[in-house]
Design a binder for this molecule. Structure first.
Ligand code: 5GP
Length: 233
């Protein structure tokens, strides 16, 4: 049956003009070091102004070109530990010899800006977010894992960027192996082949579009008044 004006009543025009989706996603993107996730996420956020990248806190030293407050909030170990004590983190984890964490204030800032938050974080932190969904309410998590073409490619990319010592590079490759084994805890995977960034971005956009179309309580609350109906069936 084709809906008629009578079915929608005076709300029909309003419905056509209303964005039913209210941003409430915490989009977590992980993948081994060298999987190309930063480049993919950068392109993703540039293409969609309704996404806001969360700036993580870390105790690691800035790499050449990295800016405090833009790439990371660079903290001393004592500052990071004070944030842990104060309960400022949504999640945090050790990676190699450093600590990394997502400040709750980053998620609040995304929500206040009317955007979905995007987190580029490693696996232990992602699982904390998935397991403590209540801390996110009314937002919900979406976990995406970026899969590189091969370990040889990871190693090649890490060597090419020359940002780690040999010891750190080996450590990152070891961590990469253990991270790939955790993929079953994610909602979606995306392949990032050599020269395939555009394809990876497109796939993530499709996943986000599907998640934004999910029917949940929040949508029902929004859609019922627009359709002029009340209550729950
Ligand atoms: P990098 O030192 O290469 O910038 O980051 C090392 C790892 O830490 C990457 O896997 C990156 O995704 C992860 N990472 C960055 N920020 C966070 C964060 O806020 N929390 C967690 N758990 N991991 C993070």
């Amino acid at each position: 049956m084709i809906p008629t004006d009578a079915m929608f009543g005076h709300n029909r025009k309003k419905m056509a003009n209303t964005h039913l989706y209210k941003p409430n996603l915490v989009i977590v993107i992980s993948g081994p070091s060298g999987s190309g996730k930063s480049t993919v996420i950068d392109a993703l956020c540039k293409a969609d102004p309704t996404l806001k990248l969360s700036v993580s806190a870390t105790t690691r030293n800035p790499r050449r070109g990295e800016v405090d407050g833009v790439n990371y909030h660079f903290l001393s170990k004592a500052e990071f530990e004070a944030h842990i004590q104060q309960g400022s983190f949504l999640e945090w984890a050790a990676y190699g010899d450093n600590l990394y964490g997502t400040l709750k204030s980053e998620i609040v800032a995304a929500r206040e800006a009317g955007k979905d938050a995007v987190l580029e974080i490693e696996v232990k932190g992602s699982l904390q977010i998935r397991d403590h969904a209540r801390d996110l309410a009314p937002a919900r998590s979406l976990l995406i894992f970026i899969v590189p073409p091969s370990f040889a490619t990871l190693e090649k990319r890490l060597r090419r960027r020359q940002t780690e010592s040999e010891k750190e590079l080996r450590q990152r490759l070891d961590i990469a192996k253990s991270e790939v084994l955790q993929i079953r805890h994610y909602d979606y995977w995306v392949h990032n082949p050599e020269k395939g960034i555009a394809q990876a971005v497109k796939q993530i956009q499709a996943i986000i579009a599907a998640e934004r179309s999910r029917i949940d309580d929040k949508l029902i609350e929004t859609i019922n008044p627009l359709l002029g109906v009340e209550g729950v069936d």
